[in-house]
Design a protein. Sequence first.
Length: 400
Amino acid sequence: MAGANTPLQTEPQQTAWLEVFLLWFAGISAAMQFAKFSVSYNELLDYYQAGPTLTGASISVVGTIGLIFGVTAGLVAGKIGYRKVLIGALLLGASLSLIQSFIPAFEIVMATRVLEGFSQLGVVIAAPTMIAKLSAPQHRSITMGLWGTFFGVAFAITGLVGKPLIAHFDLSGLYLAHSLLIGSMAIALFVLLERNESRYGSAPQASSDSYLTKLGKVYRTPRTLLPGLVFVFYTCTLVSLLTYIPNFIERDSLRTTMQVILPLLSTAGTFIAGALSQYALKPQRVAQIAYIGLACGALALTQDIATPLIFCLIVGQMVLFAGLIPGASLAMIPRLARNSEEQANGYGIIAQLGNLGATVGPPSFATFITLFGLYGLAGFVMFICLMGSLFAYLALRLES
């Protein structure tokens, strides 16, 4: 019930674009904590000889922190202050990348990866909350759509420069470059962001409730929960589409091309969702349209497709529509939340459920593909779209 919502303090009349872009760059530098180990996977495998399972775990362990502590971080950030949390998280990330640049023992590397999970989580809780607060109402969905592209942009940039850095400076060069980048973001934000924490979020309301009571309240509040439930089906699907769909492309040249194009289409979809949510439709409607478009593409995959090119066009359409979902989900949070504390809790749930989807999605899709091939993939996508659309509809009802 949007009309009953308490205003988020005084709405800014102008968007602080410089700060918004710096916060976006901070998110990109934090997402590179995933991307730098993804792009250097083969080199890590050769150097440490730890085996595919442990080396793969060094990539995913960062996300498990968000899976476990996502909502907790949202509760804590408002008390400490979003600016302090953000800068502290970036400095922690810079320190850990610096340690990794010395190529220590694998056990130390894994310890730094766990701690990087806290760094990454601090950024993805604080930065979008601050972006929403620094955005004028007429730009808020645009800026949240921009924020939603940070993960894809990080992987695109790391994929572009990561291998050349490794070729010229080995693994040390890649990790040192990341340390310098994320550290420079911390310094820039420390200098440029106002120290007045009230600019970035309302003060937490005094409460005698226990931590577990507060945690339960976050999950029982539809305004904070539903955007995360819309988002979880996206993360469950997109990672799996990008991983498994290329295997169904028969022509090698097309397969290689699509591996580059598909992440870019996803990123484009996320930004388009921000524009649509700002100027044309409620973000809940954008999410519904996205899931419907994704389901239609999945249904088309079950038909007899004449050529690999048509198959690729359908897959591109699916990924573009899937890319709309995170932009819409993120735009829902400042629209539905009554204060900055609820916003941070909403981003915490998105971090938690997003990591859950990315964890359970690939093995689930792998099972259905093993059992039923392309029909299994398409059928599971259609089921996911049904569930995502349902939660988007429930989120829409909150404003009716």
